[in-house]
Design a protein around this ligand. Structure first.
Ligand code: NAD
Length: 323
């Protein structure tokens, strides 16, 4: 018998007026970056996500060298619902062939993305992984170019993304208030790394919407484990594997626990989980629903936290400033 789920809660995204579902759909897996995904599975995953109340979909030209945007575009079209019913973000500046944060490239990029997504506009255009560029170029050249795209109606809001948390303060301290509407942080609000917590008061004081991505630490907190390219240290990988094994032996699921951990903090508007199938969508939405109904499994969470304690908040270098 089909299980029917109530709709996911919506949360305000900073001052944008957008209301994003607490679980967002990360479309990087649709670019086959973790494992191969068929078009049929990609479209079905997007449709199931929307049916279960996920209204926010995130992609980038970088994911699978444009493949994720194309797959997401097909999935969204197949929804057959008015454009205002879903929220889409894509990115610019990072591509399969490398980084280019020049005004010329990002201006061209949005038109290419819109064509692949089969959309007239995106809701959010992010500058992608800005730690790989000059942050002064981002402030003085890229963001002003993105503001023109906003004025032209190609995107409604602007964001910045990246791994090191200090990039957010660097940029937000140097642009006029309201220029950057949202930030997307990843791998910093999951069971093994919760360092985004310290930045939340600052981000709230700036009025930016907070998107937290990769609650599964890009596959570390899953039974199947991370992809080969995962940048974590062997120590971090094996601690996460031990945590997953512990959950499995107890009849619990590390992925569910990890998603619930990230969802608890309501200062985070949406938790972006990468999903590649109807099964993953259903499991992840069910994790949110179970959280709302029963709360977290505190006992298993403290056991997992103890296993991960030796590697707590361990991250990896990213970008030209930190490499
Ligand atoms: P994630 O932590 O969400 O993990 C994704 C992996 O977990 C994939 O392999 C996925 O198939 C798997 N998974 C998902 N649900 C599962 C389930 N129920 N059971 C087992 N496995 C499951 O990592 P992510 O995909 O990198 O991050 C989420 C999204 O956030 C991305 O798709 C992307 O949209 C965004 N993101 C953006 C940036 C950036 O802007 N720099 C960086 C990372 C992520």
């Amino acid at each position: 018998m089909a299980v029917s789920y109530p709709k996911l809660p919506l949360r305000e995204l900073g001052n944008t007026g957008l209301k994003t579902s607490s679980v967002g759909f990360g479309a990087s897996p649709l670019g086959s970056v973790f494992s191969p995904v068929s078009e049929e599975d990609a479209v079905a995953a997007v449709r199931e996500a929307f049916r279960l109340g996920i209204n926010f979909f995130d992609t980038s030209p970088y994911y699978g060298r444009n493949l994720s945007e194309k797959m997401l575009g097909k999935g969204l079209k197949a929804l057959g619902v008015p454009r205002s019913e879903y929220i889409v973000s894509t990115k610019c500046g990072r591509y399969g062939e490398g980084f280019d944060f020049s005004a010329e490239r990002v201006t061209r990029s949005i038109d290419e993305s819109l064509a692949r997504l089969q959309l007239d506009y995106v809701d959010i255009l992010h500058c992608h992984d800005i730690e790989f560029g000059s942050l002064d170029q981002i402030v003085n050249e890229t963001i002003p170019a993105l503001q023109k795209l906003k004025e032209a109606g190609k995107t409604r809001f602007l964001g910045i993304t990246g791994l090191p948390l200090e990039i957010f303060t660097y940029v937000l301290d140097r642009v006029p208030p309201g220029t950057i509407d949202v930030i997307l942080s990843y791998c910093h609000y999951s069971i093994n790394d919760s360092t985004l917590l310290d930045l939340l008061p600052y981000l709230k004081s700036k009025g930016v919407g907070i998107i937290s991505a990769s609650p599964l630490a890009m596959g570390l907190l899953t039974d199947q484990g991370p992809p080969e390219w995962h940048p974590a240290s062997p120590e971090l990988k094996s601690a996460c594997q031990a945590a997953a094994d512990h959950c499995r032996k107890k009849g619990r699921n590390i992925t569910k626990l990890a998603i619930q951990y990230s969802l608890v903090n309501k200062d985070i508007s949406t938790v972006l989980v990468g999903m590649n199938s109807v099964r993953q969508v259903e499991e992840n939405v069910a994790a949110a629903e179970e959280l709302a109904t029963f709360g977290r499994d505190e006992e298993t969470l403290s056991e997992v936290e103890a296993i991960l304690n030796p590697v707590k908040n361990q991250t990896w270098p990213s970008g030209i400033q930190n490499s």
